[in-house]
Design a protein around this ligand. Structure first.
Ligand SMILES: [Zn+2]
Length: 105
């Protein structure tokens, strides 16, 4: 069975984000820089988004579903792996929120 289009309303979205942000993904972590707590992560800053591709494939996405999901992420601000974690859910929810307000002014 294939995965379908990965979006914030997909049943495996949280699982996907956990993998994307975790040690086998961008590996978001706290560090100390110049005596101050900071955070860091790994991202190649390219639209190829190898980490997202890897985890979509691991979750069972077909290559076509991977391309479609990456297109969706791009439309909602996920232009590289870390931006998927930072932007997609928030911009998707604000997009959906605006839609609701337009229907019920
Ligand atoms: Zn990035």
């Amino acid at each position: 069975m294939s995965l379908g289009l990965m979006t914030p309303i997909h049943p495996k979205w949280d699982d996907f984000l956990d993998r994307l942000e975790g040690p086998d993904g961008c590996n978001f972590r706290d560090v100390v820089r110049n005596g101050k707590k900071d955070s860091t992560w790994d991202c190649d800053n390219t639209p190829n988004r190898p980490i997202a591709r890897k985890h979509l494939a691991a979750l069972g996405a077909t290559s076509q579903e991977i391309e479609q999901s990456l297109g969706f992420f791009h439309a909602f601000g996920g232009h590289c792996d870390c931006e998927i974690a930072f932007n997609v859910q928030d911009s998707f929810e604000s997009y959906m929120g605006r839609g609701r307000r337009r229907r019920n002014p």
